[in-house]
Structures are given as structure tokens and as C-alpha cells.
Design a protein around this ligand. Structure first.
Ligand code: TYM
Length: 337
């Protein structure tokens, strides 16, 4: 029996590569937390389906995302790293939670509002609307105490807390009420071309998105072209120098150095020098990760075996929680299986 605190998080396999915001806002954090927590990390392929996906690409991107988790330092022997759809309990619990979620409550989710405004009413699916409820099911199935995410997921974790509390009040103590864990400094990495907008896998232009699997020369070029300001000076000022502040955040999180020490190092030097230093640091980190991903994808059978074994581990925990929830609401299956 483990006495470690239970932790859960996930990412969508919605692009061929993760972007550096996923790495800094999530993976780096996960990597550190997995040492001291009982960690579950999923690749949420059911969530990815809430917007149109090419089937062959979705399958490929699911493996690529798993390989990136491992190459970036998630250890599938000590953490449970699995694919969401391999554990049917997620879809099953999501249905139960749908029945206690208010229409108005789900309509207030800002990510839903943004995405549905982008797609238009006809192209917006019920799946997209129910996305946060499926996310709540992910978290609650594992008696999760801590959910490490970026700022954009805070509202979804709040909804999860509300649903857990509501279910417990209505049907008796069933779910652990989780807490979001958000590292303030790195909770939001911005687009290099538009440093007031979040860097995102679904950005319309890729010029300001640093992909983990980009060729090092492409990464370096994107950094050299990052938007800064006319003022000069490598100083952290989020309000007036959002471009430089973002680059400093990236530099600091990847190297573990403080912003102040970076400001000192680059005092009196131009943006060109600073960007060159950053490009070296980023390509130095992602170069080996990229190499490792390429190697892993060369042997997909081995990767698939790892994912299958981890899904079994996840299903054992999730199955117990689902049975408990079914029993509480009066579904016979909870009592007979
Ligand atoms: P997703 O795939 O959009 O993003 C994965 C993680 O990366 C963080 N992130 C960022 N952090 C800082 N700066 C950025 N620019 C940036 N972009 C993304 C996200 O906050 C997230 O932590 N709904 C989730 C996936 C999910 C999940 C879950 C998470 C499904 N079920 C259960 C936690 C627990 C999502 O779309 O993440």
C-alpha cells in the first residue's frame, strides 16, 4: 500500500508534437512531482475527439505524445502513464457526472465559450460541451488529491471539485475532492509572435509556437525572430515588455536559474545575444528529447506494451471507484460485479 499523495494529470494528443508551454507548464512539474507522489498521467485521446481529428493522425499522435512524456522524463515504471480510452471507466463515470452537471454551469466554462465561438454553433459538438465533465471523471476515478496543470485548466478543476462535492452530498461520501496545483511563474507561456496570447497546440500560425519535436535549427530561428520591444534591456516587466518577460520565463524554467541572475548576465547586452543564449539552452534540452522520441517510435510494439501494462494498473484503481459510484446512485452493476 502506498501512502504517497495521489496525483493526476493529462494532455491531449491533438498535435504531432507538444509545445514548450506543455513542457514548462506541465511536464517539468510532473517530472519533479512523480518522485514524491503516486502519479497517474494520461494521454486523453477521448478529449481530443471533441474537435475533428484525422483517424490515422490521432492514432500516430497518441503514440508520439506517449513517447514525448517518456523522453521528457516521465518514468512509466514508477508513474502510471496510460491512454485514457484504454480504461473504459472514464467514459462510464463521465456519463454519471453528466447527469449531475447543470447546463448553465457547463455553459460558463471559458474554454468551451472560446472554442465554440471559434467553431460556430453548428460545428460545436455536445462532446465539446461535455469536455470538462469527462475531465472531472478522469480526476475523480483515481481518488486524486492534487492536479498539476497550467492556468488555463483552473476552471475545469474547480468544476471537478463542485461535482465531487455535489455527488458526495447527494449520494454519500464517494469521491475525494481534489485541488489544482498551479506554479504561478510558469502557469502560462505565451506565443513568441504574440506574447499576450497563450502558446497553444491549436494556434493558427506556428511561427510563435516552439514545438518540442522541431528541428533544432527551426527552434533557433523562431527564438531569434521572437517579438520583443524597441526599448532594449533584458529586464522582466510583464506589463511593458511581455515578449522579453516570456523569453526570460522560458529561459529560467529550463535552466532552473533565477530571473534575477539572467537579468544580471545579460545586463547591457542586446536582445540578439540573449536570444542566442536562449536558443542554445532550448535546443540543448529538446535535441536529446527529440532523438529519444525518434528511437522510441522506431519500436512502437515496445511502447504499446508499456502503455497496455500501465492501462491495466490504471483500470484496477478506476474500476473500484466506478463500482462505488454505480452502487451509490443505485445502478445494479455496482452491486453485482
Ligand atoms: P492540454 O493538452 O491543452 O494541455 C496540457 C497541459 O499543458 C498546460 N499548458 C500550458 N501551460 C503553460 N503555458 C501554456 N501556454 C500552456 N499550454 C498548455 C495545460 O494547462 C495542461 O496542464 N483538459 C486538459 C487535459 C486533461 C486533464 C485531465 C488535465 C484532460 N483530463 C485531467 C488534468 C487532469 C488539456 O486540454 O490539456
Amino acid at each position: 500500500m502506498t501512502t504517497k499523495t495521489r496525483l493526476y494529470s493529462g494532455m491531449q494528443p491533438s498535435a504531432e508534437s507538444l509545445q514548450i508551454g506543455n513542457y514548462i507548464g506541465a511536464l517539468l512539474n510532473w517530472k519533479a512531482l512523480q518522485e514524491t507522489h503516486d502519479a497517474f498521467f494520461s494521454i486523453v485521446d477521448l478529449h481530443a475527439l471533441t474537435v475533428p481529428q484525422d483517424p490515422a493522425l490521432l492514432a500516430a499522435n497518441t503514440r508520439r505524445t506517449a513517447a514525448q512524456y517518456i523522453a521528457a522524463g516521465i518514468d512509466p515504471a514508477s508513474s502510471t502513464l496510460y491512454v485514457q480510452s484504454h480504461v473504459p471507466a472514464h467514459a462510464e463515470l463521465a456519463w454519471l457526472l453528466n447527469t449531475i452537471t447543470g447546463f448553465g454551469e457547463a455553459s460558463r466554462m471559458t474554454q468551451f465559450k472560446d472554442k465554440s465561438a471559434r467553431h460556430g454553433a453548428e460545428a460545436t459538438t455536445v462532446g465539446l460541451f461535455a469536455y470538462p465533465v469527462l475531465m472531472a471523471a478522469d480526476i475523480l476515478l483515481y481518488d486524486t488529491e492534487i492536479v498539476p496543470v497550467g492556468e488555463d485548466q483552473r476552471q475545469h478543476v474547480e468544476l471537478t471539485r463542485d461535482l465531487a462535492t455535489r455527488f458526495n452530498a447527494r449520494f454519500g461520501e464517494t469521491f475525494v475532492v481534489p485541488e489544482a496545483s498551479i506554479v504561478r511563474e510558469t502557469a502560462k507561456i505565451y506565443d513568441l509572435q504574440n506574447p499576450t496570447a497563450k502558446m497553444s497546440k491549436s494556434a493558427e500560425s506556428h511561427a510563435g509556437v516552439l514545438w518540442m519535436l522541431d528541428e533544432p535549427s527551426v527552434t533557433a530561428k523562431k527564438i531569434m525572430r521572437a517579438v520583443t520591444d524597441a526599448e532594449g534591456g533584458v529586464v522582466f516587466d510583464r506589463e511593458n515588455k511581455p515578449g522579453v518577460a516570456n523569453l526570460l520565463t522560458i529561459y529560467s524554467s529550463i535552466t532552473g536559474r533565477t530571473i534575477a541572475s539572467l537579468e544580471d548576465e545579460y545586463a547591457g547586452r542586446g536582445y540578439g545575444d540573449f536570444k542566442k543564449g536562449l536558443a542554445e539552452v532550448v535546443t540543448g534540452t529538446f535535441g536529446p528529447v527529440r532523438q529519444r522520441v525518434i528511437e522510441m517510435l522506431d519500436d512502437p510494439a515496445e511502447l504499446d506494451r508499456t502503455l497496455a501494462a500501465n492501462a491495466d494498473r490504471a483500470a484496477a484503481v478506476a474500476g473500484e471507484t466506478l463500482a462505488r459510484a454505480y452502487d451509490r446512485v443505485g445502478l445494479l452493476r455496482g452491486r453485482t460485479r
